[in-house]
Design a protein around this ligand. Structure first.
Ligand SMILES: Nc1ncnc2c1ncn2[C@@H]1O[C@H](COP(=O)(O)OP(=O)(O)OP(=O)(O)O)[C@@H](O)[C@H]1O
Length: 309
């Protein structure tokens, strides 16, 4: 952990740039205003911006002209992913990242033990306590939670955006049932993980411990630790998916006979025909996908209690 002033070598007032995605599931203008007000009440110079389209936050975070000490990304994991990708692409000193959870799932915020309350967010930024944020890259694209190919990515590709906004995680559950019981002609996946070949039906390369919410998919992983974990599901017929879902909810997927969970440093996922891929909960084209760890480490604002493990 490091203090913000110390990391950036500043002595004056902290400057924060709060960027909100108005299209994120939990966006409320009043809450963004409350966060800005709470930051200012702590003596932090605060500028607020709204994104106008996908890619805006990534450009803002990557721009060396963005001179704030901390960028607060307000949205869900897709929004945070943009901030992460932008910060990693940025040359020179990087602002710290802080999160204002305002999405559908907010898995990174959950994993870091972050509050959604404006006063708590401002207190954490003011205290300047940070943790290292380790990330991965898939076909050149940064991710901080996971990349996956197979059934779950198929669901992410198929979910209706309007239903997602209205029904939140229930939209994924309904789409999962629809897709799970439909006849999907997905070919097997071939994963080559650190030179070891594995044949499976669904492959998640996890950076985070948690997946889709508070569910522990890879207990040995962690966004504040280096390394990746491969979670390979060997079967994806409806009954196996129900068993895997139950094991995930109970936090026992790593002990399930239909799953293999191993630490990896790099892997490649391929199939005889293109299979849907997702990154951090957003559709990301199709296989093949090459996944690696990222050497650069970002710093993310965390509360006194520290990240969940
Ligand atoms: N102004 C905007 N209009 C439309 N889409 C945007 C805008 N700004 C960002 N986006 C895109 O919105 C998508 C969804 O955002 P995000 O994932 O943060 O919200 P969510 O889907 O509600 O949350 P979660 O990822 O937690 O499920 C992201 O891919 C992001 O690039």
């Amino acid at each position: 952990m490091a203090a913000m002033g110390e990391a950036l070598g500043r002595t004056g007032r902290q400057r924060a740039l709060l960027v909100a995605n108005p299209a994120a599931g939990g966006y409320r203008a009043g809450r963004i205003a409350a966060v800005a007000q709470a930051l200012r009440a702590r003596g932090i110079e605060t500028e607020t911006r709204l994104t106008a389209a996908p890619g805006d936050l990534e450009r803002i975070a990557a721009d060396p002209a963005t001179t704030a000490d901390v960028i607060l990304a307000a949205g869900g994991d897709g929004t945070i992913n943009e901030a992460v990708a932008g910060l990693l692409a940025r040359p020179g000193t990087r602002p710290h990242l802080a999160l204002v959870p305002a999405g559908t799932a907010n898995v990174l915020a959950y994993e870091l033990g972050l509050s959604a309350r404006p006063a708590r967010i401002a207190a954490a930024v003011a205290t300047g306590r940070t943790a290292p944020l380790h990330t991965g890259r898939a076909n050149g694209r940064a991710f901080m939670l996971m990349v996956s190919a197979g059934f779950d990515a198929d669901v992410v590709h198929a979910v209706d955006p309007a239903a997602k906004r209205r029904w939140k995680q229930l939209a994924f559950v309904a789409t999962a049932f629809r897709r799970g019981f439909a006849r999907r002609n997905q070919p097997d996946l071939t994963v080559v993980a650190d030179g070891r070949a594995i044949r499976c039906r669904l492959a998640v390369v996890a950076k985070a411990i948690h997946y889709g919410g508070p569910f522990r998919i890879a207990p040995g992983a962690g966004t504040t630790r280096p390394g990746l974990h491969l979670v390979a599901l060997l079967k994806d017929d409806p009954w196996s998916l129900i068993r895997a879902g139950a094991a995930l909810i109970l936090g026992r997927l790593d002990r399930s006979p239909i799953a293999l969970v191993i630490p990896v440093t790099e892997c490649r996922i391929d199939a005889a025909a293109p299979v849907p891929v997702q990154i951090d909960g957003e559709a990301f084209g199709f296989t093949p996908v090459a996944v690696e760890t990222v050497a650069e480490i970002l710093r993310v604002v965390v509360p006194e209690a520290g990240p969940r493990t």
